[in-house]
Write a protein of this length. Structure first.
Length: 105
């Protein structure tokens, strides 16, 4: 899921206004994966924010909600080929786009 979920639930694409639409869509992906299956989730990361009616930014509060049931293996950012391990510093800087590698657990 690349640059999709942060835009869901605002009614901009003839969808229903739903503050949990992003979480619901990731749950659907979770249900369709086998145990141990991988999901590549690309989302903006920063301090938790909602830029209504445009998008969400995921931080310490919303990121655990959207990744519930998954183990975060790595994340990639800034087109760097080297994966990073999850750390608190990820949420302490300006907004950036991150690709998470999640494993269904």
């Amino acid at each position: 899921m690349h640059s999709v979920v942060e835009y869901l639930g605002f009614g901009r694409f003839d969808d229903i206004i739903d503050p949990f639409a992003d979480i619901r869509e990731v749950r659907k992906a979770y249900c369709s994966l086998k145990m141990g299956g991988l999901l590549f989730l690309g989302i903006p990361v920063c301090v938790d924010s909602v830029y209504y009616p445009v998008k969400r930014c995921y931080g310490r509060i919303r990121l655990p909600l959207i990744t519930q049931g998954f183990k975060v293996l790595y994340y990639f950012e800034n087109n760097k080929p080297t994966p990073n391990n999850l750390s608190v510093s990820l949420f302490q800087s300006k907004e950036r786009y991150v690709m998470f590698v999640l494993k269904k657990s």
